[in-house]
Design a protein around this ligand. Sequence first.
Ligand code: ZN
Ligand code: ZN
Length: 250
Amino acid sequence: MKVTVVGCAGSFPGPETSSSCYLVQAEGFTLVLDLGNGSLGQLQRYCSVADVDAVLLSHLHADHCMDVLPLYVARTYDPNGRHPVLPVHAPAGAEAHLSQAYGRVDAPGLDSCFAFSEWSSGTHRVGPFEVTAARVAHPIETWGLRISHGGRSLAYSADTGPCDALVELSRGADLALYESSFEAERDRSAPRDLHMTGGQAGQQAAAAGVGRLVLTHLPPWNDPAVSLAAGRATFDGPVEVARPGATYEL
Ligand SMILES: [Zn+2]
Ligand SMILES: [Zn+2]
C-alpha cells in the first residue's frame, strides 16, 4: 500500500500545509484518513474528489474532520452529476456534529452524500484494507487506527497522550504515524491525555517495536528540529518529520 501525507499541521493549518489528512491506497482503492480544515484543496494534488472511496475520521476536532463539508459540496453539486454515496467511518454523532457545522440539517442532508458508520473497538473491513480501531487518550472520543494490507501495516495515533492502547494497536507495524504536538516536555501542571512530545512518540514507537516512525501533527509554531531530535533520542529506528507530499510504500 502507498501512504501519502496530504496535510500534517497540528491543530490549525500553517502556510506550508493544511491540517491532518493522509491518503492510503492499494488495489486501486483510495482511503482518506482524516480530512482536517484546509485539506480538501491539498488532496486534489493527489486525487480528484471523485476518486475517494472511503473516509476514516479519527475524531471530531475541526483539524481532523471539517473538510468533510466542502467534500459534501463538491460531490453533491458536481455539474457532471452527483457522486455515489461515500462511506465515512467516524465517532458517534459525526453526522449531527457536521450537519450543525454546515448550518443546515434539512434535505438534502449529509446522509444523501455520506453513509456514516460509528467506530467500535476491533477490526473492520474497508475496501481491500483491514482497519483496527482502538480508543486513545484525548479529551473527546478519539480512535487510533491500524490499517493493514498484504501483510503490511500503518499505525496512526490520531491525537493522543501516551497510552498503552496505542502501543498495543501499533505492535510490530511497519510505519508509525504518530502525533508530536508538544515541542518540549511539559511541566507537571500540563494536561495529560491530550498530546505527545517527540520524545514520548519515540518511547511509544519503541515499546510497540515499529519499523519506522514519522512524527506528524506539529503545530506551525513548533520547531520540527526539536521534535525530531527528541524522537531520535528515544527511538533507535528511522525517524523523520512528516512533510506534505511525502509518500511511503509499505
Ligand atoms: Zn488535532
Ligand atoms: Zn484533537
